[in-house]
Design a protein around this ligand. Sequence first.
Ligand code: SN0
Length: 326
Amino acid sequence: MLPLFTKQNFNRMENFFSIKDVKNIKKLLSNALKVKANPIANKELGTNKTLGLIFYNSSLRTRISSQKAAYNLGMDVIVLNIGSDGWELESKDGVIMDQGTAEHIKEAAAVISEYVDVIGIRCFASLKNSAQDYSEEVLQNFIKHATVPIINLESSTLHPLQSFADLITIETNKTKPRPKVVLTWAPHPRALPQAVANSFIEWMKEADVELVVTHPKGYELAPEFSNGITTEYDQKKAFEGADFIYAKNWSSYTEYGQILNSDLSWCVNSDKMSVTNNAKFMHCLPVRRNVVVSDEVIDSENSIVIEQAGNRVVSIQTILEEFLKK
Ligand code: SN0
């Protein structure tokens, strides 16, 4: 069976792995605002086309927003939860497969491409080996062996659909042409990936914003993301005059995957918000209340986390349209 369309047919975008796949970010953002204004304007675009969603890890927003976006475009959706429903997949080349993995990504990616027209994949960082995580073995293998476009639903080091939704949220909430956006590290009981923070920085570097990143010492991100950014180690000082506060925990990159600090004084609270320019509060969710952010802040009028999550439909729908438009 031939896929309805193959990667070679696209002159716009081959895959959506990172912001680097976007040819024109301004145009993509303007397309997103159109999708947001009228989500069902292109109800026929995806007729007889299928989106496949593959999850190695848990998901609430990504899973549901991707399905909703596909339905807005008239697409069908097939979901596979690797681990619980599928075979454990091998991602390394040349291994003797006599252990846990039953199938290689080489066959899996090619076979899934026979059934669906676009594949979305979520596979978090292991947080055990930085070289392995930062090589993006799983997503890159899918890109190599699939014959249809691949969409990153959060890989080891990136979460571009989240960052694109964040950009849309900032664009539609800003009250000045060049807002001050602060990405603040916050504590967390578990070691989490750097993906959301890495991607957010990558997208904000391309946006018309003043970006400041604040975190305790030891939480510096990988140089490919942190190079050229403004870092302020004093969290409250970083918050001064901010228009947007974006909170997110990540584990250490330099002491890879470690929790170096669980100091609750980094929790975003009203006292810190009081030095901002009446900043909006953002977080990608899921969020640990009263660890990452106080109830008072997340329940305040300045919190836009729900609208931000709503924009996840807009971001993936805009990307799906890129692939569906001939
Ligand atoms: C993920 C992360 O990358 O930080 C997904 C965010 C979109 N977050 C978590 O795994 C949080 C889980 C927890 O236990 O709070």
